[in-house]
Design a binder for this molecule. Structure first.
Ligand code: HEC
Ligand code: HEC
Ligand code: HEC
Ligand code: HEC
Ligand code: HEC
Ligand code: HEC
Ligand code: HEC
Ligand code: HEC
Ligand code: HEC
Ligand code: HEC
Length: 312
């Protein structure tokens, strides 16, 4: 019994109420929100909070002359959608709006993105077309929630969750003991990356790895009286940006890190060399505690007149 009741309700809704609403527009061209003649064309049928929430976003600020919203309203993103709004003959399905951004009838990603890039081209999204996100067919609306007054990807404290949805490796890294304070909400992925693409590698904001890192860690910039060649070349030779089980985001623990380049026979840095005690070998000073850093503490470069060995 209950089911029949619901069916009746649905039938009434689609064959009766909806066309009646559309009828009021009959003859006149489709009007849209913001148009002084008919500010409510779409909203007549769409009054659910998850739809009307768009009215509280930057896109629907009618006072902002740069938004087409003042003249084109919902259609500025969903397209003119004439057939969708028109009266639907009995028994027929309502045609889709020109652009659908979610759900089962979602439009192809290329056309969805063209809607957004129609207005957003320069500035932060300048390198979009050449970005790995664009070439992997990631949609603008995979990250941005257009209908939310609080687009979570724009906020430092919530952004990473959006990224983690696709980047599981970086999520795993962020849980390691040494990491940038991203999950703590003090930093965002977008402090280092421009997710819309960048001129340099890996969509890094700074152009190069070193310039990206130095934008915050300026004290490592130099020029130093005594430089350490790899530091000027690429911080990620020794560090991993997203998280590490080693202290200081190091890729490996010294001395092994240092010995990827420096000969391990160098001043007796074999694991068990140097002084021995009766009954066993004593690990060399090069290997214990902070290993090479016991003596070479200024590994990023030194300004001390006698810091040539990066030891002061
Ligand atoms: C005459 C009533 C009516 C008008 C006017 C109308 N719609 Fe719809 N719209 C519907 C109905 C009915 C559905 C399908 C049921 C649902 O999902 O709400 C729908 C669905 C949609 C969907 C989801 C499509 C999908 O398949 O997932 C979008 C997006 C949409 N409408 C946007 C718009 C926009 C933008 C406008 C104004 C340009 C508009 N609608 C005007 C009745 C209307
Ligand atoms: C800035 C572009 C933009 C504008 C303007 C816009 N929409 Fe949307 N709309 C989207 C996107 C993107 C989605 C997918 C969900 C999301 O990101 O919030 C969507 C989803 C929808 C849906 C499907 C909601 C659901 O989940 O069932 C409807 C219906 C809809 N919009 C109607 C409207 C109406 C009505 C207006 C005007 C009041 C409007 N939209 C204005 C971009 C826009
Ligand atoms: C009709 C032109 C137009 C279209 C289409 C459009 N935008 Fe916008 N968008 C704007 C304007 C204008 C602003 C306000 C700019 C500002 O405040 O600096 C804006 C702001 C934004 C912002 C910043 C919001 C904020 O709160 O600061 C984001 C993110 C954005 N748009 C994403 C999108 C996405 C994603 C789409 C496609 C679904 C889209 N836009 C489609 C014109 C448009
Ligand atoms: C991979 C996720 C992602 C995708 C895909 C994405 N964005 Fe963004 N977008 C962001 C993040 C994160 C920010 C905040 C950037 C920041 O704070 O530096 C942002 C910011 C913006 C802004 C505001 C920029 C400003 O200067 O304030 C606009 C506009 C925008 N995006 C438009 C777009 C458009 C258009 C597309 C598709 C062509 C798109 N976005 C695709 C993540 C994304
Ligand atoms: C401190 C700066 C920094 C932060 C913060 C950061 N990244 Fe990265 N990311 C980098 C650098 C540098 C690279 C390039 C090379 C590497 O992995 O060594 C990179 C590479 C990547 C790559 C490509 C990985 C690969 O192996 O090719 C992805 C995906 C990525 N980052 C996603 C993220 C996400 C998601 C976040 C936020 C949770 C994030 N990044 C935060 C600096 C950063
Ligand atoms: C809808 C899924 C999706 C979301 C959400 C997403 N990405 Fe991606 N991202 C991809 C795909 C697909 C690639 C290209 C293939 C790859 O490298 O894994 C990619 C690649 C990257 C790269 C590597 C670029 C390179 O040249 O190595 C970085 C950096 C990156 N994303 C950062 C982010 C950040 C930051 C966010 C959040 C603001 C984010 N992504 C959100 C899917 C996504
Ligand atoms: C947006 C600013 C910013 C950028 C860009 C940045 N960092 Fe950081 N970095 C931080 C902050 C904040 C901390 C945490 C400082 C603290 O906890 O006292 C940090 C900490 C570190 C640490 C110490 C981690 C630990 O566990 O002690 C290392 C190493 C580091 N960053 C290397 C890098 C490298 C390499 C890059 C470039 C890929 C980079 N950072 C880019 C802000 C930044
Ligand atoms: C040759 C390897 C190597 C390279 C290359 C390197 N670092 Fe380091 N970095 C280290 C080691 C080892 C430590 C740990 C130092 C300690 O515990 O005293 C460290 C520690 C740090 C720390 C945290 C402790 C501190 O001194 O503030 C930051 C931040 C940092 N590095 C940034 C950078 C940046 C930025 C770059 C690139 C410009 C870079 N590093 C390049 C080896 C390197
Ligand atoms: C990517 C390779 C690489 C790594 C890793 C590396 N170094 Fe170096 N290091 C060099 C190069 C190249 C020089 C310059 C050698 C020269 O000028 O003859 C150098 C120079 C030095 C010097 C000064 C040597 C001199 O001739 O005065 C010291 C000390 C040193 N490194 C210590 C370390 C320590 C400690 C670590 C580990 C934290 C480390 N290095 C990691 C490549 C590396
Ligand atoms: C106990 C202190 C100490 C420790 C620990 C130590 N060094 Fe040294 N290192 C020195 C001194 C002192 C010199 C200068 C020796 C000289 O001029 O003959 C030196 C010189 C060097 C040089 C320059 C050698 C040359 O021939 O020009 C390099 C490179 C170097 N150390 C790397 C390392 C590496 C890598 C480790 C870790 C495996 C390490 N050191 C551990 C004290 C130390």
């Amino acid at each position: 019994m209950k089911r029949v009741g619901i069916l009746w309700l649905l039938l009434l809704l689609f064959t009766g109420v909806a066309p009646a609403l559309a009828q009021s527009d009959a003859g006149a061209p489709a009007r849209v929100l913001g148009n002084p003649d008919d500010p409510n064309a779409c909203l007549k049928c769409h009054d659910a909070p998850k739809v009307t929430s768009v009215l509280h976003t930057a896109h629907m600020r009618e006072t902002d002359a740069r938004t087409k919203v003042a003249t084109e309203g919902c259609q500025s993103c969903h397209g003119d959608s004439h057939e969708h709004m028109a009266r639907v003959a009995e028994g027929q399905k309502r045609p889709l709006p020109t652009f659908v951004f979610n759900g089962a009838n979602i439009s192809p990603v290329v056309s969805r993105n063209q809607v957004c890039t129609g207005c957003h081209q320069g500035g932060a999204v300048m390198f979009w077309q050449a970005s790995p996100h664009a070439s992997s067919e990631v949609a603008c609306a995979s990250c941005h929630i257009a209908h939310s007054a609080r687009d979570v990807v724009l906020a430092k404290t919530t952004q990473a969750n959006t990224c983690f949805g696709c980047h599981a490796e970086q999520r795993a890294a962020s849980l390691k003991p040494s990491h940038h304070p991203v999950t703590e909400g003090q930093m965002a992925c977008s402090d280092c990356h421009n997710p819309h693409g960048a001129a340099g590698p890996h969509m890094l904001k700074g152009g190069t790895v070193v310039d990206t890192c130095l934008s915050c860690h300026d004290e490592k910039r130099g020029p130093f009286l005594w430089e350490h060649a790899p530091v000027q070349e690429d911080c990620t030779i020794c560090h991993t940006p997203h998280g590490s089980v080693q202290a200081s985001l190091l890729k490996q623990r010294p001395p092994y890190l240092c010995q990827t380049c420096h000969d391990s026979s160098l001043h007796n840095s074999q694991p068990f060399s140097g002084a021995s005690l009766p009954g066993g070998a004593l690990p060399s000073r090069q290997m214990v505690l902070r290993a090479c850093l016991n003596c070479h503490s200024e590994v990023h470069g030194s300004n001390h007149p006698s810091g040539v060995r990066l030891s002061r």
